[in-house]
Design a protein around this ligand. Structure first.
Ligand SMILES: *[C@@H]1O[C@H](CO)[C@@H](O)[C@H](O)[C@H]1NC(C)=O
Ligand SMILES: *[C@@H]1O[C@H](CO)[C@@H](O)[C@H](O)[C@H]1NC(C)=O
Ligand SMILES: *[C@@H]1O[C@H](CO)[C@@H](O)[C@H](O)[C@H]1NC(C)=O
Ligand SMILES: *[C@@H]1O[C@H](CO)[C@@H](O)[C@H](O)[C@H]1NC(C)=O
Ligand SMILES: *[C@@H]1O[C@H](CO)[C@@H](O)[C@H](O)[C@H]1NC(C)=O
Ligand SMILES: *[C@@H]1O[C@H](CO)[C@@H](O)[C@H](O)[C@H]1NC(C)=O
Length: 535
């Protein structure tokens, strides 16, 4: 009698674990419970298909399905069609296919998460990178991170290239997709065991830049979509004014034969999606007076951003995969650097860049140009390290808690090739090397395997409590917040984890580069007008 009573009390007190079949009221989804303790729902529509009349339009909610319908959420759906047909995501790949109909999230939850009661779990909403031209870090497997961290992991596809930038119609649809996904999460994530009030918006590369742009977009009014942010290798997007952006639209219209037709937008909407792919045009976010009112750096300098705790950081060798490896002579190096700033640097400024970076001895690697690593170091500073520092200076000045990291995990093979700890390599630590794109540095499975739980624990602690120290692995250092004076950052290196400070040399280089950064963000009308000074 007593035993039976206890069982009943237990049954009433313990909320049932989430079932793979989830009822969202407007539809039902069949996911999969995995042997590793996670349940996954793949290819879940978070917006109506952005095709036909909705091509170039802002995202809208997905339609309800007919009563009784159970949608298959056991397989990935396509990722978004990239700008160019030569993009690597177009090549045959067992992880993904591409299509215009691509607005899907993938959801990973611990199988013992509960959809009822008070034990809802924090949610990591992950926005992948790809330079706003492609979905480059697609279909990662978030199940290990979800189980290890006792959090939900949601990965989002968003429109890129002409579909996400300025094809015509609504502007900044890629950013709007990121927001639509967050709204969908707010509305629906409780049914998967997630806490709609404990969401952290995270991203890498262009995804991190997107997160920073959302922080700026919500400066005046917090829509309550996320409580914290993680920016892995943020940079600045090139944001153009409407007038400057007309060039992008005309480029697309010209490339597709729609320029000069009586209604070029209707013409663009009428084309097969693949006919909109182009090698010759670039598409980026725009200053639209609404979502993107000011360039990012100016917003952060002015304290105009959503005041939530953040993590931001970079990999030691951010530039190695982003500059031409064959850079061999000074003229080519100077040209490359100035192209990054749309020609804004004067020759005297390029002389400064030459003295500071190109004249600094660096190792030469087999098959690479003699100035590859020098240009990579410059690029790493002006496109990543210094930008993260400036975003965090703004946050620290506003009294917002922000934590910086430098990902310095040394893989013997990548070190020998000269790539070092390259742009976005930390994703292998965050998700685990078997869960990313299939080509992780090999040591993440052997001598660097210990870095994976260490990284996951800081990330998960932040998602759960907004403090990365909340669940850190025993023996790892306390992560102290960034200050403009101390420039504190956590170094991720196997066997050598520790707090350090951005050193005086790099600080001086960032100070020197400061006048260049706005010219990367908004193309100048005055070539040669930016003066850099060595202190
Ligand atoms: C789910 O399992 C993990 C690992 O065993 C545990 O830490 C967590 O408390 C469990 N959650 C629930 C809701 O039972
Ligand atoms: C993620 O990994 C688990 C464990 O290996 C596997 O069962 C599951 O199918 C994977 N999910 C995806 C989406 O690859
Ligand atoms: C239109 O495209 C052609 C090549 O496809 C190019 O030569 C021409 O300069 C372009 N014109 C404009 C106005 O962009
Ligand atoms: C239309 O586009 C799809 C994919 O976007 C492609 O598979 C198909 O071959 C295209 N058809 C034509 C006629 O170009
Ligand atoms: C800057 O240097 C380039 C290359 O040496 C040269 O062609 C150009 O005329 C110089 N510009 C000025 C304003 O001196
Ligand atoms: C300063 O930091 C940069 C970037 O981490 C590094 O490349 C450089 O070697 C450091 N310089 C000194 C003097 O420690």
């Amino acid at each position: 009698m007593l035993a039976k009573h206890l069982v009943l009390v237990f049954a009433a007190g313990l909320a049932a674990a989430v079932e793979p079949l989830v009822d969202l009221k407007y539809t039902k989804l069949q996911g999969t419970a995995l042997a590793n303790g996670a349940t996954q729902w793949l290819g879940v529509r978070y917006a109506a298909p952005p095709v036909g009349a909705l091509r170039f339009a802002a995202p809208i909610d997905p339609p309800a399905t007919a009563p009784g319908t159970v949608e298959d959420a056991t397989k990935f759906q396509p990722i978004c069609l990239p700008r160019s047909a030569s993009d690597f995501t177009m090549k045959p790949n067992k992880r993904f296919t591409v299509a215009e109909d691509c607005l899907y999230v993938n959801i990973f939850a611990p199988s013992n998460a509960t959809a009822a009661g008070d034990n809802k779990l924090g949610v990591l909403y992950f926005i992948q990178g790809g330079g706003f031209q492609s979905n480059s870090n697609a279909n990662f497997n978030g199940s290990d991170l979800a189980v290890f961290g006792n959090i939900l992991v949601v990965q989002v596809n968003y429109r890129v290239g002409p579909f996400g930038g300025r094809g015509g119609g609504s502007l900044n649809n890629g950013l709007k997709d990121m927001i639509q996904g967050l709204k969908w999460v707010k509305q629906n994530i409780a049914a998967f065991g997630g806490d709609p009030d404990q969401v952290v918006a995270a991203g890498d590369s262009a995804g991190a830049t997107g997160v920073a742009m959302l922080l700026a977009a919500f400066a005046e009014k917090d829509p309550g979509l996320f409580k914290g942010a993680i920016m892995e290798s943020p940079s600045v997007a090139t944001v153009r004014t409407l007038a400057q952006g007309q060039e992008q639209y005309d480029c697309l219209a010209n490339a597709t034969g729609c320029l000069g037709t009586s209604d070029s937008l209707a013409c663009l909407r009428g084309l097969n999606a693949s006919a909109l792919q182009t090698e010759q045009c670039q598409f980026n976010p725009h200053l639209d007076g609404d979502l993107v009112k000011t360039p990012l750096l100016a917003s952060f300098q002015a304290g105009a951003f959503l005041k939530v705790p953040t993590i931001a950081g970079t990999c030691s060798d951010e530039g190695t995969k982003n500059v031409p490896q064959d850079t061999d002579d000074v003229a080519a190096a100077r040209r490359f650097v100035n192209d990054q700033a749309f020609g804004a640097l004067s020759n005297a400024s390029l002389d400064v860049v030459e003295r500071v970076y190109l004249d600094a001895p660096q190792p030469v690697f087999a098959g690479a140009g003699r100035l590859w690593r020098q240009v990579a170091n410059a690029h790493g500073d002006f496109r990543a390290h210094c930008i993260a520092a400036r975003l965090q200076d703004g946050q620290a000045a506003a009294g917002v808690r922000t934590y910086n990291y430098r990902y310095a995990v040394r893989d013997p093979e990548q070190e020998a090739l000269g790539f070092g700890a390259y742009h976005t390599v930390e994703l292998n630590g965050v998700f685990g090397p078997d869960n990313t794109d299939g080509a992780p540095p090999k040591s993440y499975r052997t001598t660097n395997a210990a870095i994976v739980p260490i990284t996951m624990a800081y990330w998960a602690g932040f998602v759960r409590t907004l403090d990365p120290n909340a669940a850190r692995v025993a023996g790892t250092p306390e992560w102290k917040p960034w200050t403009a004076e101390g420039r504190e950052r956590l170094r991720f290196e196997t066997g050598a984890m520790g707090m350090e400070n951005m050193n005086d040399t790099q600080k001086a280089n960032c100070d020197m580069l400061d006048p260049m950064l706005p010219a990367i963000e908004t193309p100048t009308d005055k070539p040669g007008s930016v003066e850099l000074k060595q202190n």
